[in-house]
Structure formats: structure tokens, C-alpha cells
Design a protein around this ligand. Sequence first.
Ligand code: NAP
Length: 233
Amino acid sequence: MRVPTENAVPIGDIEEKDAAQWCALGTLLVPHGGFLAAQLQAGEIALVNGATGSFGSAAVAVALAMGARCVVATGRNEQALAELTRRFGARVRTVPMRGDEANDRARILQAAPGPIDCVLDILPPAANAVQVRTAIMAVRPYGRVVLMGGVGMADGAGLDLSYSWMMRNCITLRGQWMYPPHAATLMTGMIRAGLVDLDQFEVTAFGLDRANEAVAHAANHSGPFEMTVIQPR
Ligand SMILES: NC(=O)c1ccc[n+]([C@@H]2O[C@H](COP(=O)([O-])OP(=O)(O)OC[C@H]3O[C@@H](n4cnc5c(N)ncnc54)[C@H](OP(=O)(O)O)[C@@H]3O)[C@@H](O)[C@H]2O)c1
């Protein structure tokens, strides 16, 4: 595979048998880029909005690995939320989203064990701006919010955030596309240290001659911690 040299980051030796699992880097690095941009600190409380999706669930794993005291995880799918608790235990507090902004935000604040320092939104284009604002405005004064999702790409209303709320509370709001090159080195370190467990990912590998099957499989297995790879032998 040919890649621009500035996009090739050495990660050191890996066992050939683990190569497919290491492809989870591609998923983990996206929310890692967001939390680096938001300067998430160990001991802080993070909120992942859209935590039941493929990248959102990875965001929960990454925030825990970066030392978050607690990750508040939102989503509509209660089964997927329960699965996050099963995987990660008491440091994750799940909040089912029901579509009423004020009520959803009140339950987010109730679930958090303290003020929410940092919000990462990673909702898809099908979600609406109100779902994003529900989470954004749960952040504490002086809090940081990072937008990584696809909201608005399929049209729909804009965020309509309160100017005075942002101003008075000294809120930092930023977007983040992907991640800086050094994130790959840091994430590799967290994996090697056991802070991120690649065994969380269920990997299905296909040979190059079964590429079409791989694509069909990937379409039906795109949930949290599911990965389909093509592994030329
Ligand atoms: N910034 C970046 O660098 C970057 C990189 C890669 C991807 N992304 C973006 O990340 C977003 C999420 O990707 P993904 O692969 O994690 O998506 P996904 O697996 O489809 O997850 C999205 C989650 O959003 C939730 N959701 C809430 N409202 C929804 C609605 N109205 N319709 C559908 N789902 C809704 C769903 O969970 P519930 O049903 O539980 O609510 C779903 O699990 C995409 O928009 C993608 O563009 C950004």
C-alpha cells in the first residue's frame, strides 16, 4: 500500500498474528484526536454523545484509557448502552436519550458524578442539531466541547447555541477532523501499556480474493467494537 510519508508513523514490531487487531487503531485514533484537541486530563469527567456508535463506543474506551474519572455515555439504544457498562464497569455512566432536550440534559447532569469537563460529540448526519446541543450545554463553566460527528451534512437546522451562555460560561467549542500524527504514537503506547485492550474488538478477516464478501460482512457488522479487515496472505 502506498501512503504519503507524512502519514506513515512507525508503531514498532507487532506479532503477525495480531496485525488484524491492530487495525482498530483506525477507529480508536479518531476519538483520540478529539480528546487531544479538547485537552482531556486524567481525573476529568468526559461526556461522549453518540456513545453507542462505532466511533462513539471507541471514544468511551479512549477516554477511560486517558484517565477519565468517569465517562458519561449517551445514546438511544439501551441495549448498546448496557453493553458499554458490561465492558467497562462503573467508570461509565450511561444515559438513554429520549428526544426531549431539557429532560435528556437533566438526566445527563444527574448521571455525572460532578461537573462535566469535556464533551465529545460524534453523532452521524441522520442525527439533528438539538441532539448535539443537548450534550454541549451539559458542559461545566470553562468546559471544552469538541465536535467530530456528521451532523448537518444531510441538511437540517444549525446548532442555535446561546451566545450569552457561551460567553458568560467561557465555553471552548471546537471542531476536530481526524488526529495529529503523534496521536498514533501515543495510542500505540496506551495499547502496549494495556490501557486500551485490542481484545475488545471482534475482528473478522477475509483474504484479498474475498473482498466482496468482506464488504458485505462489514455492512452488516458495523456496530461497536466490530471490525472487518482484508488480510492479504
Ligand atoms: N471527525 C472525524 O475525524 C471523524 C472520523 C470518522 C467518522 N466521523 C463521523 O462520526 C460519525 C459517527 O460515525 P459512526 O461510524 O460511529 O456511526 P454509527 O456507528 O452509525 O453510530 C452513530 C450512532 O449515532 C446514534 N444516533 C443518534 N441519533 C441518530 C439518528 N437520528 N440516526 C441514526 N443514528 C443516530 C446511533 O445510536 P443510538 O441509536 O443509540 O442513538 C448510532 O449508534 C459520522 O458522522 C462520521 O462522519 C468523524
